[in-house]
Ligand binder design. Structure first.
Ligand code: HEM
Length: 404
């Protein structure tokens, strides 16, 4: 007797284009609408498939053989994103990921924390020059802090660092359909690519920094010289814009929810959960690309072999099946399965410990010194294919009386 394959459920198709300008301007509305059509949805405009809900994305990301990361919708080789780590699978991925995780992990965290604390304090001393100050949470806080500490710990020169703002933005726009927006962002990033290329050789990097440590691994034969160079570049492509956006968006969330800042002042133990809630609420990275070499089954829906897939974790971060009242920012929220904003499974963010430390150190310093954080005007989000973030977050900060 021949066995009959189980029936598969039809996949809904949508005309919503996640890369259309209106989707980029409000990705929560666009990705939320796609999510509510089904756990897997065919995106007609580009003929690819979106996995939209929390449970199904998490399950898929565990299964890297079915949902391969070696090719991605719209991805083109670009000077901004070397084909390493994220585009690799075991055994190559095991070697490069363990090298980068070693450098971005526990052996460096103690000195990084001390350094971040010192710089966060120095920044706040400069910014809090009155009892009540108006600041831009993006430029005066997030950019000022990350642009100082991130290149410093890698060991990069001071001159020209502000170009990193364009490097990250161009890199995260390289992942999208060809368009005038993409061309403009890539062109704007050309000078930044040249700066990064000039400054990632071993001769440019300060001794003892994270960059030099990657080259030391090449000397030990753990990775090749080219891999060390590509990993240093990847750290820039993956780590700068994401951290800056995450921190700026956190300030927006607090500015719009002053009661949550009061809660944080009363309970400093909520610093770490507050950061996790911030990146659930405003994920700095909107989706990941995958493809299905042999096809895939998601919640009974069959995705054909060779299909290109978007794992839409920004939409899933507001999935009401997973989070109670998902559109509210609640810093002591219970998250039994965590969130997907650092990805999940094989390709979980290699820099997550450093990113968490960077953000929570700044937030802790602020919670110690600032009585209240309130919105002081209309925030502006950035327009980007793969990233979500803010480019202007007007805030009013009220300095706290020193605690005895
Ligand atoms: C708030 C800050 C950050 C966010 C939200 C973030 C988010 C993510 C996400 C979602 C992924 C998974 C992509 C996928 O599976 O397709 C990822 C991977 C990665 N991230 Fe981050 N990231 C952040 C900061 C950093 C930093 C600071 C670094 C480096 C210093 C970094 C390095 C990497 C690398 C190398 C990968 C690839 C890992 C792999 O393929 O195994 N990230 N990140």
């Amino acid at each position: 007797m021949t066995s009959v394959p189980p029936p598969t459920r039809p996949i809904p198709s949508t005309a919503i284009d996640p890369f259309a300008l209106e989707s980029l301007q409000d990705p929560f509305a666009a990705d939320g609408a796609v999510r509510e059509l089904g756990p897997v949805v065919h995106i007609a405009e580009h003929d690819y498939y979106a996995v939209t809900r929390f449970t199904e994305i998490r399950k898929g990301l565990r299964d890297w053989r079915t949902f391969s990361s070696t090719d991605r919708p719209f991805y083109e080789d670009s000077a901004f994103r070397p084909r390493i780590v994220l585009f690799e699978e075991p055994p190559a991925h095991t070697r490069t990921k363990s090298a980068i995780m070693d450098v971005l992990g526990p052996r460096n965290l103690p000195w990084l924390e001390e350094y971040f604390r010192k710089e966060a304090g120095a920044l706040l001393d400069r910014v809090l020059d009155g009892d009540v100050v108006d600041v831009d949470g993006y430029r005066d806080l997030a950019v000022a802090y990350v642009l100082k500490v991130f290149p410093d710990v890698i060991g990069m020169p001071e001159d020209g660092r502000e170009l990193l703002l364009k490097f990250g933005s161009a890199g995260l726009n390289a992942f999208g359909p060809p368009s005038e927006l993409r061309e403009r962002k890539l062109a704007a990033g050309a000078e930044a690519v040249a700066w990064v290329e000039r400054n990632i050789g071993r001769e440019s990097l300060a001794e003892g920094g994270l960059g030099a440590q990657l080259y030391a691994m090449a000397d030990e034969g753990r990775i090749s010289e080219q891999e060390a160079r590509d990993l240093v570049k990847t750290v820039f492509a993956a780590g700068f814009d994401t951290s800056t956006s995450g921190i700026a968006s956190m300030f927006r969330a607090f500015g719009d929810h002053p009661g949550e800042w009061r809660k944080l002042r009363e309970r400093p133990d909520l610093v770490a959960p507050a950061w996790e809630e911030s990146i659930r609420f405003y994920p700095p990275n909107r989706f990941g690309g995958r493809w299905a070499p042999g096809g895939a089954t998601v919640a009974g829906h069959r995705i054909p072999a060779g299909a290109k897939i978007l794992m839409m974790w920004l939409g899933a971060s507001r999935d009401p099946r997973e989070f109670d009242d998902p559109d509210r920012f609640v810093i002591d929220r219970e998250m039994p399965h965590g969130h997907l904003s650092f990805g999940f499974g094989l390709h979980t963010c290699a820099g997550n410990l450093v990113a968490r430390l960077e953000a929570t150190t700044l937030l802790r310093s602020m919670a110690e010194r600032i009585e209240s954080v309130e919105s002081a005007g209309e925030p502006r989000t950035a327009t980007n294919y793969q990233a979500f973030g803010h480019e202007h977050v007007p805030l009013r900060l009220r300095r706290a009386a020193p605690r005895s």
